[in-house]
Design a protein around this ligand. Structure first.
Ligand SMILES: C[S@@+](CC[C@H](N)C(=O)[O-])C[C@H]1O[C@@H](n2cnc3c(N)ncnc32)[C@H](O)[C@@H]1O
Length: 210
């Protein structure tokens, strides 16, 4: 099953399934972005809008992208903010965003489904204003080394969604190659993760001009 088809199915239960990774990601995003300013915000893979509400409260405008119509429909139905625009778009293609148009780009739990990290960082650099930030929070690769990946149950059938392993060094190297400066890297554990490797890794980069 394609990644898009999987999320079309998962959409109806994504918000209500028990999912510690989703819940930890929301807490991490609130915590890290409390230190960042953004007025024009681009969200990558907004899904059902778990983090879109936070972004709508932070910024003047949020442009939320996702290639799953069903996931985005959930977000549209839940969120009544007038400053969110939803666009169905595939992040592996050029993004529907003008050069230098946004000062914050946010992506959560989406890059494990995308093989080509250099494309993501090149598009982020193109869309960011000078001084703008890119925040990414992803399943930690140590979890992937243990065989973990996004999974859901639909009609009693478990579906593993196709995923690519990106090592921490891949994020570091590919973002630097695109011209982004890493200003924060953190590893995160859910409170039920005692004695386990980190569940999430978050990065904050800046498009510095000098
Ligand atoms: C695990 S969900 C995360 C949703 C949301 N960011 C969150 O944290 O709850 C991953 C989302 O990425 C989207 N996605 C995956 N690959 C994509 C691609 N190539 N282009 C656009 N969206 C994509 C899926 O449709 C899904 O909504």
């Amino acid at each position: 099953m394609s990644v898009r088809a999987a999320y079309e199915q998962w959409a109806s239960t994504y918000d209500t399934d028990r999912n510690r990774t989703r819940d930890l990601d929301q807490m991490v995003t609130e915590r890290v972005l409390s230190r960042v300013r953004g007025t024009q915000i681009l969200e990558l893979g907004c899904g059902t809008g778990k983090n879109t509400a936070l972004l709508a409260r932070m910024g003047e405008h949020v442009h939320a992208l996702d290639f799953s119509a069903a996931m985005m429909e959930r977000a549209r139905a839940k969120l009544s903010f007038p400053n969110i625009t939803f666009t169905q778009a595939d992040l592996t293609l050029p993004w529907p965003c003008a050069d230098g148009a946004v000062d914050l780009i946010v992506g959560n739990l989406v890059l494990e489904h995308i093989a080509d990290l250099p494309h993501i960082f090149a598009e982020a650099w193109r869309c960011l204003k000078p001084g703008g930030h890119l925040f990414i929070c992803e399943l930690h690769p140590t979890r992937q080394y243990m065989g973990k990946q996004a999974t859901f149950r639909h009609n009693e059938i478990d579906t593993l969604i196709a995923a690519f392993v990106h090592h921490v060094s891949d994020f570091f190297k590919d973002a630097a190659h695109a011209g982004l400066t890493l200003i924060d890297l953190q590893e995160w554990w859910h409170e039920e993760d005692q004695d386990k490797p980190p569940r999430l890794v978050s990065f904050l980069w800046q498009k510095r001009t000098v």
